[in-house]
Design a protein around this ligand. Structure first.
Ligand code: SF4
Length: 441
């Protein structure tokens, strides 16, 4: 039997898809590239923005058409589009065979005749990695209930995996060639508060640090309020933990943060940033920002713009607010910023950020950086054949999570030292050198 999994959304979704794929592999199924060749097609969906939902709906439309043309595959919809109650979805999409909430794979397995899996099946199922990097979820769900966000309703309350469980999965991945693991949580510093002895993320990082073969550790996504000195100290002390934080600010204005119920002020956020930068030299910081949130005035937007202009983020993921049914903001706040204003603010931030990222990356020109080689760059249009593959540059990431294209005699999974010869706002490029790494970047 053959399966095809299509995934959109966050890294947690990617990890869920890998887990489902690993379970199907254990049952003797094979993964295929095209839905047309599959017996089971799974759409792993995201609801965080309307655009992501539209993509899943359009994919469903394509599958429906293939079904009409006589294709026999089962269709499953999984992920954040599926709430506690899927009656409405069942009515809208009667041709879908299974609806599964995030990490609740049972309805999918039932649809394909595997309702008999024991309770130990999923906990003992680890993905088979297909490269030197892997994601490992450590805490599921979210308790924060930011007013714009659907995640707590779809992924449930925070539930941490034990240190032993995470260790076992990482050891399994390391034995299969994984060199870099990113520990995942919607709010990753919430890790452990629900476990016996209440270990925190720092304890977990220390516990998994000695796993042989793993050269790098990362974690995301950070929640400013949950970030503690203890966690930052662990990051600073442990050599395998990369100097990179992904810590969403969402707005640079206190009134907007209050309406979002983010639980911190701009000053408190900046204190956390200062704590990180003091403890971890050369740290790269990524953030998220929403523009055009309910009632956002020109002055409130300007506060966000000013924050970005001064905070020196390495990268900003900016999004125009889109109201999501089921959230507090959808029920209680007016989505009253006109679309053209949202887009103008989005473009202003993108332009500002391109200049800032370009400047920060430009400082790496001529420097030697450590890069974990992940593979060859994707083929350009017109390339074909093995010769073309061998000519394509390699790509990988620095410890600061910056994309690097490189040339030189390297292999996938190798930690190479690369002298940076060209920089832009989006990536770096250079050639390998034998010299040791002089700085973490
Ligand atoms: S912290 Fe807020 S934005 Fe992040 S997943 Fe939880 S509710 Fe959503």
């Amino acid at each position: 039997m053959r399966y095809h999994i299509w995934t959109v959304g966050c890294q947690m979704n990617v990890a869920d898809s890998h887990k489902l794929g690993a379970g199907l592999d254990r049952l003797g199924w094979a993964s295929v590239e095209s839905p047309e060749d599959a017996d089971l097609v799974v759409l792993n969906t995201c609801s965080i923005r309307e655009h992501a939902e539209q993509r899943a709906l359009s994919k469903l439309g394509t599958l429906k058409k293939l079904r009409r043309q006589g294709k026999q595959f089962k269709i499953a919809v999984m992920g954040c589009m599926v709430g506690v109650n899927s009656d409405d979805l069942q009515r809208r999409f009667p041709y879908v065979d299974a609806f599964a909430r995030p990490q609740q794979f049972e309805p999918i397995m039932e649809a394909v005749g595997h309702e008999d899996l024991g309770g130990e099946f999923w906990p003992a199922t680890f993905e088979t990695p297909d490269g030197p990097t892997a994601y490992v979820p450590i805490v599921h769900g979210c308790d924060k209930f930011c007013t714009y966000c659907i995640v707590p309703y779809r992924r449930g309350r925070e539930r941490s995996r034990t240190i032993d469980d995470v260790y076992a999965e990482m050891a399994h991945l390391a034995a299969r060639g994984v060199r870099e693991v990113t520990l995942l949580g919607q709010t990753v510093e919430a890790y452990g508060h629900d476990l016996d002895g209440t270990p925190d993320l720092g304890d977990l990082l220390r516990a998994v640090h000695d796993i042989e073969g793993i050269a790098r550790l990362r974690f995301l996504t950070s929640y400013p309020k949950d970030m503690t000195e203890r966690i930052v100290a662990a990051v600073a002390e442990l050599p395998k933990v990369c100097e990179s934080f992904y810590i969403p600010v969402q707005s640079g204005d206190d009134a907007v943060l209050e309406r979002m119920r983010r639980g911190y002020t701009v000053a408190e956020y900046l204190e956390k940033l200062e704590l990180i930068r003091r403890a971890v030299p050369d740290v790269a910081v990524l953030t998220d920002l929403i523009v055009g949130f309910c009632g956002e005035t020109e002055a409130e937007f300007q506060s966000s713009y000013d924050l970005l202009a001064n905070a020196g983020f390495d990268k900003v993921h900016v999004a125009a607010y889109s109201s999501r049914p089921g959230t507090i903001a959808h029920r209680e706040l007016a989505d009253d910023v006109p679309q053209d204003v949202k887009l103008a603010r989005l473009h202003a931030v993108e332009q500002l950020e391109t200049g800032i990222s370009g400047g920060i990356n430009g400082r790496l020109l001529g420097r030697d950086v450590e890069v974990l080689v992940e593979g060859r760059k994707a083929a350009a249009a017109g390339d074909d054949g093995a010769a073309a593959v061998a000519e394509r540059p390699w790509f990988g990431r620095t410890r600061g999570n910056k994309l690097v294209h490189l040339t030189g005699d390297v292999a996938v999974g190798e930690l190479a030292t690369v002298r940076i010869e060209h920089t832009s706002a989006w990536s770096l490029s250079g050639h390998t050198v034998p010299a040791p790494v002089t700085a973490a970047t």
